[in-house]
Design a protein. Structure first.
Length: 310
């Protein structure tokens, strides 16, 4: 006899881990373009959204309760990835810009109000893999509190690499070329760092996640068995670092994978999924490291949705 729970979930007895917060944001009409990326400032309770389109504000700022606060637009052309860094003294917002105009092919640091503070790369100039700070459609950036910067470059350009920079923007190491081999990439699309000294990269078109040592850049392993249906578009840890949240754009799904503790990363174990509506197209995600809420930037639905842990 089939037990009732067999019908409700592909994971026998596995309870749903997240539920949609239907009250976020309070007024969805503020999304006027294609929402490509989202970043949470959990210290100050802010959510930054990067969107694209003609004559739309490129960055929208909401409270974690869902109230629209303000927007800014200067010097952002086509945002792809966004990241918030909080240090002891201040906050900054990092954006990767894949535009082809005069601001594109750069990684930029802004104040929370949108004042441009730093540009990495040559604006408007697609780079070659030979020069570390010359980007070609950089996909995402992750900055540690120490100021060390990790960039995955790029979103379909000539470069397919993972770059680590010091807080004074010097190359510490660089790894990756275009290909399917160990440590090679086909559209490295998202990057994050765990507390155990490992760098996690969504190697999108190779349909795998690759993991590297953050000190040396050495390859530590890869996961592919969870991504036979669709490659990983995002990598973000849950607030307790027990799981990884991965967006799979083409099948409109969030996959929740077990994060391995120190040691061998083994192969991936998918413990849960969140199925989104057709044509939602989840692109990149971020996690509120205080509340555990997951924010999903959806380029099909042209919105950001908030999922809260149960």
């Amino acid at each position: 006899v089939l037990k009732a729970f067999d019908y409700s979930s592909p994971w026998k007895g596995q309870q749903q881990m997240y539920k949609l917060d239907i009250g976020w944001p309070k007024i969805p009409e503020y999304f006027t373009g294609q929402t490509f990326c989202v970043a949470v400032d959990s210290l100050h309770g802010l959510v930054y959204v990067g969107q694209r389109g003609d004559n739309v504000p490129k960055v929208l700022v909401f409270s974690e309760e869902g109230y629209f606060l303000y927007s800014w637009n200067n010097t952002v052309e086509m945002p792809h990835g966004i990241f918030v860094l909080n240090t002891a003294t201040d906050s900054s917002v990092w954006i990767t810009d894949v535009g082809t105009g005069k601001y594109g092919h750069t990684v930029k640091q802004y104040s929370p109000s949108g004042k441009l503070m730093q540009i990495l790369g040559t604006p408007g100039n697609a780079g070659s893999s030979l020069i570390p700070l010359q980007f070609d459609q950089p996909a995402e950036v992750f900055v540690e509190e120490s100021g060390d910067i990790y960039v995955v470059d790029g979103d379909g350009g000539m470069n397919n690499r993972l770059l680590k920079l010091s807080n004074d923007y010097k190359e510490i190491w660089l790894t990756g070329t275009n290909g399917t081999g160990i440590g090679q990439f086909k559209i490295p699309h998202s990057v994050t760092v765990d507390p155990f000294g490992r760098v996690w990269v969504a190697d999108r078109d190779n349909k795998r996640i690759q993991v590297f040592d953050k000190v040396t850049g050495e390859w530590l392993g890869s996961w592919s068995s969870c991504f036979s249906e669709d490659g990983p578009y995002s990598v973000r840890f849950t607030a307790n670092y027990k799981y990884l949240i991965v967006a799979q754009l083409n099948i409109n799904r969030l996959a929740i994978l077990v994060a391995p503790p120190v040691g061998s990363i083994g192969d991936c174990v998918m413990v849960n999924t969140v199925q989104l509506a057709d044509e939602t197209k989840p692109h990149l995600v971020d996690v509120d490291m205080k509340s555990g809420a997951v924010y999903v930037a959806e380029i099909g639905a042209q919105q950001v949705q908030k999922y809260i842990p149960l």
